[in-house]
Design a protein around this ligand. Sequence first.
Ligand code: FAD
Ligand code: SF4
Length: 560
Amino acid sequence: MTIRPSEYPPPFGAREFVAEPSDPLDERIEVGVLIVGAGPAGLACAIRLGQLVQESPELAERLGEVPVAVLEKAKQPGSHIVSGAVVNPRSLRRLLRGTKGIEDMPFYGEVEAEGVYFLRAKTAMRIPTPPTMRNHGNYVASLSQLTRWLAEQAEEAGVTILPETVAEKLLVKDGRVLGVRTGDKGRGRNGERLPNFEPGSDILARVTILCEGTQGHLTGIALDTFGLEGESPQVWALGVKEVWKVERPLRRIVHTMGWPLRAGAKYREFGGSFIYPMGDDMLTLGLVVGLDYRDAELSVHDLLQELKTNPFVHKMLQGGERIAWGAKTIPEGGFVALPKRLHAPGLLLCGDGAGMVNVPALKGIHYAVESGRLAAEAAVETVRPGRTPWTPGALGVYDDAVRKSFIWSDLKEVRNMRQAFGRGFYVGGMLAGAMTASKGNFPPGNLETERDADQTIFRTGRAKRYPVPDGKLTFDKLSSVYLSGNRSRDDAPSHLRVRTSVPEELAVLWERMCPAQVYEAAGGTVEVTPSNCVQCGAITAKGGRLTPPEGGTGPEYTLT
Ligand SMILES: Cc1cc2nc3c(=O)[nH]c(=O)nc-3n(C[C@H](O)[C@H](O)[C@H](O)COP(=O)(O)OP(=O)(O)OC[C@H]3O[C@@H](n4cnc5c(N)ncnc54)[C@H](O)[C@@H]3O)c2cc1C
Ligand code: SF4
């Protein structure tokens, strides 16, 4: 029997998360522009709006008492952020317009040198750096730290940031987005009100800008509600990373390909690792694997543990100590999966939520920042006297700006690369080389993208080969979740929508895939422990649905 995760859809309907405002009129919170998500996209958008408001008292008056507000579901900005991160600084420079320089930003330094290696279990062979992976002029950061710094800049620019606040429902009336409803807090396992219960609120705005990052909950609802889905479906990769305190400094950034992934086309295992220095005494290493893989026993967390046993990698970590861990998905569909429009009446979409990631370069941060800045400028255009952001098409100025920006040209150039690797590592590699040489002109059309959840799955017994965690070099999932700072309470309602009665293979797939040990396959059923969840989003790609849990819960990343 062939099994595809998409044949077992989760109990979920987009309608459930679309509502009209329900609070009494005098209890509704009104803000000028509402941004959902305090990541690079949301905070860049907030900073630009803050600048524009400071420059124009008239705009400030029009946007009201709270001109710009940002909602963030994490305990504080940065707490749900996981990235590499090698940052291309071009859009940060443009955003901060000389008021802050590179030296003010919390970077670990400029990329001094780099190397790309092809791995086998015991060896590492240096190969020429593909042009898309060159990082001259870029800087290494912890994106969680950089995000906290951006939040400070936004607050200095007069922006209101509301942490621990989930945007749960999209408020829509007469085809126009009016804002969001935030999630309740203090409910018990079955939805009952606990003594500390706090209801959510309607937050209304002239423009709502969704900057939710990968697997954005309301972004998905908006794509569905307004028919904005792109030409091809979105696909994702899962990245799991660790930060290590090390004895010897690493002086260059390293990327690896090959082992522990398998090259055969039937496995569809596409990905690689990154190892970046964080000053003299820390480094970060992570593994990113496309979620169109087929082996139900594949576990990115365990493959990362295996990667560290390669002598080339092991040497960098010897005598060191793991100090942080995190996991998150990356949208990989690229240009052809971008939404057909990035706006709806009263609404804009930015950053990873819209899929603005350059996969071969493993870069999304500068696209997120640029899109946030452009969204801010578009929003301001449509609140000028005589204009409204909810006139159909009015916010199309944002689409025009994105199309003219480097976001569009960069993503177009690499538009078929991810899709090519669905044909296996070697064929994919050859096609990618031809695409790079022709600057994206070969092949002339768009290669087909297949949904991650549509891949048939099988088992190969691979899990037997994962290293047994020793607590020094290799670690289990639960100690990793603990290190993520996740202290979510056990008695909260489940925010994960999955079928619990599914074929054994699918239950095993979820158990292995989830980096946080949320699922346990138990003879045809799935046991779910939602409090372990680090909100990486992988389950949404492979047949379930992540919805936002109570605000302020989940991981508390500081270094990822
Ligand atoms: C392992 C890994 C390595 C990467 N390496 C690099 C790299 O080296 N260089 C690079 O340029 N890019 C890299 N990327 C990609 C980069 O991290 C993203 O492109 C970037 O973070 C996107 O920014 P964003 O603001 O769109 O989304 P995010 O950074 O994901 O921020 C979104 C924010 O919105 C919040 N949020 C989401 N939904 C809601 C809601 N409903 N209510 C309230 N808050 C909400 C989230 O908690 C989060 O704080 C990497 C990604 C991963 C996972
Ligand atoms: S349950 Fe949470 S941590 Fe596990 S795969 Fe799903 S989103 Fe990621």
